[in-house]
Design a protein around this ligand. Structure first.
Ligand code: AMP
Length: 468
């Protein structure tokens, strides 16, 4: 591939270059360097890029550039038909993609909007009616709007399928087919997927026309910037270990992944009882709750966000230093997506997996998928939780008398019953020595107009009024 050292050489318009400078981007990421010229040339694209590679700008920038000739400040909705449609699997991803689109379009009159389920559809309709050029949507809610005739897609000239593999995993294929059948045949299609399964190839065959294939990292590869390690720990000791890590002197922010919503809720409550600021984010939370938790996390007011895999995709928290796999996913691809929350866009990160004996088989599959061995480290668990059982036979964990006040005498007995390490290896991770700033909060604040930030509905629905 040709050497591209800056955005100027990609042929992007000055308005977009200015927005990139505002966003603090200096150099295109590999997916941007490869995808932008192809998309600008007008061809279909099938891009293999995991989250955190800068893929959103890779499709959003050429998309905006191609819509620039239609950009206008006219008040009439008719002057702002939907010209580009971006479909994402989750609401969180939809929101984040639209935020990015809005940030990149801020020096143009192009308008964008996000629509997703879980909120009253009537709150979205008036904004759709004002006219917007770029619509970011989850498939289900888009179909609702199509049925209610609150959106017209007959002028769509660009379609983006973001995280297409996840859309298939989530069973959106029938919805996708219905939506795509309603779009003009003559259009450009950009498809992004973290993995290239046979189903994805089939989707590409069905919907793309002679796509150019771009793959920036091996499918299912994990980011080299992420240090991956695992602790062998009995399921019953995981909570104590987590609390210990989160209470380490310089611990700041972490996303903790669990397999179930119940565990996510329970764990978040336990962390709160320990005096940590935590919240849970998963499919059973209302949209408002999810947005609130995510915003608080981005703003740095929540230290620990406990999430299920549904929430894993699409969470874009820049410079998040750490991800903890409290439970190991049985689908190895989920591991890749989870740890993609850290080490984004060149930043370094740490992914720690708590592996119980029952979960070791999943780690074997994960290591096979990512084609690397994950470092196994030993840690001494200092604080057993009251309900911990001593069924653990793990020789890699031990407990010592509780220094904190919350454990019961039972747990002390249990603690002494567990094996002790011959020498205590103190948890000593460089991450905890590193200063950390919640950069995202500032970035997001600066990318939004103050008026949009203040209005809750507008914040939910994305940029309604283009910022100039
Ligand atoms: P994405 O993979 O699109 O979710 O992007 C991951 C993160 O990288 C987001 O926080 C983007 O704002 C950031 N990003 C995207 N492109 C660049 C770039 N060229 N330089 C620096 N950061 C970037």
């Amino acid at each position: 591939m040709t050497e591209i050292v800056n955005f100027d050489s990609l042929g992007l318009a000055p308005e977009l270059l200015k927005a990139l400078t505002d966003s603090g981007y200096t150099t295109p990421t590999p997916i941007q360097a490869q995808a932008i010229p192809v998309a600008l040339a007008g061809g279909d694209l099938m891009a293999g890029a995991q989250t955190g590679t800068g893929k959103t700008a890779a499709f959003a920038l050429p998309l905006l550039q191609k819509l620039l000739p239609f950009a206008n400040s006219g008040a009439s909705p008719a002057k702002h038909p939907v010209r580009a449609l971006i479909l994402t699997p989750t609401r969180e991803l939809a929101i984040q993609v639209e935020e990015s689109v809005r940030a990149y379009a801020k020096h143009t009159p192009l308008r964008s909007l996000v629509v997703y389920g879980g909120v009253d559809i009537r709150t979205q309709t008036p904004h759709l009616k004002t006219g917007i050029e770029v619509l970011v949507a989850t498939p289900g809610r888009l179909l609702d709007h199509i049925e209610q005739k609150t959106v017209q897609l007959n002028q769509v000239q660009m379609l983006v399928l973001d995280e297409a593999d996840r859309m298939l995993d989530m069973g959106f294929m029938p919805d996708l087919k219905r939506i795509l059948a309603l779009l003009p045949k003559q259009r450009q299609n950009l498809m992004f997927s973290a993995t290239f399964s046979n189903d994805i190839k089939k989707l590409a065959d069905d919907f793309l026309t002679k796509p150019q294939l771009i793959e920036v990292a091996r499918s299912n590869a994990t980011n080299d910037n992420v240090t991956q390690k695992m602790y062998s720990v009995a399921q019953s000791d995981k909570e104590a270990l987590l609390i210990q890590l989160l209470k380490a002197p310089d611990a700041k922010q972490v996303i903790i992944f669990t397999k179930t919503k119940i565990t996510a809720n329970r764990l978040s409550r336990s962390l709160e009882r320990e005096g940590l600021v935590a919240d849970a984010i998963h499919g059973d939370k209302t949209q408002q709750e999810r947005i609130k938790a995510l915003d608080a996390f981005k703003a740095g007011t929540i230290t620990a966000l406990v999430a299920t895999d549904v929430a894993a995709r699409g969470l874009d928290i820049s410079e998040l230093p750490m991800v903890i796999n409290y439970e190991i996913p049985s689908a190895p691809e989920d591991y890749v997506h989870r740890i993609g929350r850290t080490g984004r866009a060149g930043a370094s990160g740490i992914a720690i997996s708590f592996v119980s004996p029952e979960e070791e088989k999943y780690m074997v599959e994960i290591e096979k998928l990512i084609k690397r061995e994950i470092t196994k480290e030993i840690i001494v668990i200092e604080k057993p939780v009251a309900r911990a059982r001593t069924s653990s036979t793990s020789s890699t964990t031990s407990s010592k008398a509780n220094r904190h006040k919350s454990s019961s005498s039972t747990s002390h007995q249990e603690a002494s019953a567990t094996k002790r390490m011959p020498t205590k290896k103190k948890f000593n991770d460089p991450w905890f020595d590193k200063p950390y700033e919640a950069v995202v909060a500032q970035q997001h604040a600066s990318a939004r107009s103050p008026s949009i930030r203040k209005a809750p509905v507008a914040a939910l629905l994305g940029g309604l009024i283009p910022t100039k």
